[in-house]
Design a binder for this molecule. Sequence first.
Ligand SMILES: C[S@@+](CC[C@H](N)C(=O)[O-])C[C@H]1O[C@@H](n2cnc3c(N)ncnc32)[C@H](O)[C@@H]1O
Length: 312
Amino acid sequence: MIENGFHQPVLVDKVIEFLNLETGKVYMDATVGGGGHAGAILSECGPFGEVICIDRDPHAIEAARKWLTRFPESRYQLIQRNFSHLTEVLSELQTPRVDGVLFDLGVSSFQINEAERGFSFDNDGAPLDMRMSPSIEVTARDLVNDSGTSELAHIFRKYGEENHSYKIARAIEQARKTRPIETSGDLIKVIERVTSGTDIVKTKARIFQALRIQVNNELDALKVALKQAVDCLNPGGRIVVISYHSLEDRIVKNFFRDMERGCTCPPDFPYCVCNGTQKLSILTRKLVRPAAKEIKQNSRSRSAKLRAAKRI
Ligand SMILES: C[S@@+](CC[C@H](N)C(=O)[O-])C[C@H]1O[C@@H](n2cnc3c(N)ncnc32)[C@H](O)[C@@H]1O
């Protein structure tokens, strides 16, 4: 197991297996984080393999830079960018095609542990920020204090799949009449006021997840990036995606299915109008999950789901 003190990479052996690494080929790690997976890829793809590393978080780029110094600089590039601009990055590097793309979605342990980023509901006094990149203008604090009740309820339902969405949104609206909701602790107190029972930890997690997804526009970026990743793969190249919740996994599953089927017309269309052709062949008929041993060593891996496919 490769560890870098920043983030322990999840399902690293499976990532290496499904990327089918070969020397002299170029890979992309679209979510480099602390460089755990990128380091493993560089170790395994021979002396002439290269990795293009992207992350939208400048702190992650710096951490990856430190972790990857043990490899020759000529073998990797570190680029701070949203992965929804993947094609643009490749065109800037004059590398139109790659042989594998990895997405390890969500936030890293490092981001969660940095209290001032506000990703965790365990850091009581942390400001409600949740931005993965400083260029994002609207923070979780802004959303919670400035959105209408229906808008907040919609975010909690859509991105948290939370049953008590409206009740929590209304409680937020009441609470902020007295004073703004500034910290994770302030928000947690409001949630606790209107929900109870054994599910309360899950409710808190769902509300924080929903705000994080909205702040970072995570699902739209993923949809855009998956298309770009497939289009930049050489024939035989691999796409590997690790997701951590059902909303992400559903997008990946449906996307792979559509790219394998070719036609993306709605099922009730009498004949094909999209003229789509098969672009992917799915390699993971069954979801790949971490073994019990990995989950014991790294509790963050417990919700990981890996899917992989090959470019036709
Ligand atoms: C789970 S961590 C990746 C950890 C990494 N695989 C490692 O081994 O250290 C996810 C990373 O993806 C980045 N990220 C999430 N959404 C992104 C996006 N749309 N564009 C670029 N990076 C993104 C986050 O900033 C975070 O650093």
